[in-house]
Ligand binder design. Structure first.
Ligand SMILES: C[S@@+](CC[C@H](N)C(=O)[O-])C[C@H]1O[C@@H](n2cnc3c(N)ncnc32)[C@H](O)[C@@H]1O
Length: 309
């Protein structure tokens, strides 16, 4: 099963529900998804932070169709990336596997999780490894300002569970914490301050508005660093965007983290064929291939791995 099969399962389940609630035929819905992809692209391409109606189920389906497989793939790749520590090659993935020799529960926090793409990337990585404990539990706290993602993230989690659950000995316990970077709410942060092993930022730093928002996230993050002194922070985002690069550096420095590795990732040769096969019924009407499937080998993402010094 490839990542696009998971995407298809989510679309197959959610599209008829959304079409019914909007009074649209499936064809009309797919066309609107195509338009939504164009709108998102234009928002990401313009100067400054994008403004995208993620609460709108049509945009959510468009996002799932176009971005979830690619972002999950990039996270999987970033987890595997080796970098030297004290002269020895390590990776975030190998650190997680070492941790699983001592615990059967990985505690993870994801910022701006959207439909929960990070769960797919992590499951894919762990599902490809021999795991010492049976089963391994992924305990994930999703943080996002848009709680309307819930039906899409439930559909994605169900699909991940059926793919990686019993067969690959992965168990999932997920929860959602409403979090708006621009309105830090101290009362709701206690749950964010439980000890975690891994913090993930996948394509959210590029959406933060301004220095005030970055400062607010750095402030929360530095509290989280104190609560989780051994945790690893992985920040992954789009490549070739100076504002995003500067935002990542500012966030890492502001939270008092030390960068351990920085690198770039190419998009994935072969995505095209997988997408065409799995998403056949959607591709023709939507009129666009999912992101990353056209120019295999081009630089797609930058990432930073950081930890408390
Ligand atoms: C591009 S999506 C990334 C989704 C997912 N992490 C992925 O990699 O596919 C950006 C997500 O960040 C969230 N987001 C953007 N700005 C935010 C803010 N200021 N506070 C909280 N969440 C925010 C959006 O609601 C959206 O779900």
């Amino acid at each position: 099963m490839n990542l696009f099969d998971t995407v298809r399962e989510v679309l197959d389940r959610r599209a008829p529900e959304v079409a019914r609630s909007r009074g649209l035929s499936l064809e009309e819905l797919y066309r609107q998804m195509g338009n939504s992809i164009d709108v998102m692209l234009a928002e990401w391409q313009r100067e400054g932070a994008p403004s995208i109606p993620y609460h709108d189920p049509v945009f959510q389906l468009a996002y799932v169709y176009s971005h979830v497989a690619m972002n999950a793939h990039l996270l999987d790749e970033a987890l595997r990336c080796e970098f030297p520590i004290k002269g020895r090659p390590v990776s975030v993935g190998s650190a997680l596997l070492n941790l699983l020799k001592k615990t059967d529960r990985l505690r993870i926090c994801t910022f701006g999780s959207g439909p929960g793409t990070e769960l797919l990337g992590l499951s894919r990585f762990l599902g490809s490894k021999w795991l010492p404990h049976i089963p391994v539990e992924l305990d994930v706290l999703h943080m996002d300002r848009v709680d309307q993602w819930a039906p899409s993230s439930k559909a994605l989690q169900d699909s991940i569970e059926s793919q990686f659950g019993r067969k690959r000995k992965l168990a999932f316990s997920t929860s959602f914490l409403p979090w708006n970077a621009s309105k830090p709410d101290v009362a709701s942060q206690t749950r964010a301050l439980e000890e975690r092993h891994l913090f993930l930022f996948s394509y959210v730093v590029s959406e933060l508005l301004d220095q005030a928002e970055l400062d607010a996230v750095s402030g929360l993050l530095s509290q989280m660093v104190r609560a989780s002194p051994h945790a690893v922070f992985l920040i992954i985002d789009r490549f070739g965007d100076d504002r995003t690069q500067a935002n990542i550096s500012s966030l890492v420095a502001g939270a008092g983290l030390q960068p351990l590795a920085e690198d770039t990732l190419p998009n994935y040769v072969g995505f095209d064929e997988h997408a065409k096969t799995s998403l056949r019924q959607y591709v023709n009407v939507i009129g666009r291939m999912p992101r990353g499937s056209r120019f295999g080998g081009k630089k797609e993402a930058q990432f930073v791995i950081a930890q408390r010094p």
